[in-house]
Design a protein around this ligand. Structure first.
Ligand SMILES: [Zn+2]
Length: 189
């Protein structure tokens, strides 16, 4: 199976990631194995993954060819969510995804991305104090985006697993964010 990607910019980003050593190959393998759909959605700022419907949503502003490196880093971040495979998000899961984006920025020698994501590399996803710090970094990156700030403020620090990682909890997390992006789920493509 292959990831379901029709946009040329997203196909190119997937191709670039796949070239970046074991890390990149494993990220692309994760979305290929599941046949994950990757689409642009104007309702999304940056990127957003919903494993419950096996879909990655990407910000259409990243289609600009000048943003190709940021597109690759953001797609790598979202592939990390697919690779981690949970229905419910957490600060721990986000930290691992941001560290993935930082490593891809390094591999691309993408100066802005290295600077943007470097603070995450110093943090340990298993330490509570580092997860609190990661949440502050994530909120800083969210800037003025109210839905993004709302969802990251309410995320559990540690990853819920097993019975706690379920559909109802995932939907509760989304509705807590008041995420307008749910509309996008009905869009084909
Ligand atoms: Zn994320």
């Amino acid at each position: 199976m292959a990831a379901k990607i029709s946009s040329p910019a997203l196909r190119e980003a997937r191709h670039r990631i796949a070239q970046l050593g074991t890390l990149g190959a494993d990220l692309v393998a994760a979305i290929d194995r599941r046949g994950t759909r990757v689409i642009f959605s104007s309702l999304i700022s940056g990127g957003f993954t919903l494993n419950v419907i096996n879909t990655i949503f990407m910000d259409p502003h990243l289609q600009d060819p000048q943003q190709a490196d940021l597109l690759a880093c953001t797609l790598a971040h979202e592939c990390s969510h697919v690779q981690q495979g949970y229905l419910v998000d957490s600060v721990q899961q986000e930290l691992i995804a941001y560290q993935t984006g930082a490593k891809i920025a390094d591999a691309l020698n993408y100066a802005y991305g290295k600077q943007l994501f470097a603070p995450f590399l110093a943090l340990d996803p298993t330490r509570e104090q580092d997860l609190e710090t990661a949440r502050q970094h994530i909120l800083a990156l969210a800037g003025g985006s109210v839905p993004t700030r709302t969802i990251y403020s309410s995320l559990p620090l540690f990853q819920p697993t097993g019975a706690a990682d379920n559909l109802v909890a995932a939907l509760r997390q989304l509705s807590a964010a008041g995420l307008a992006g749910l509309q996008a789920l009905r869009r084909p493509g």
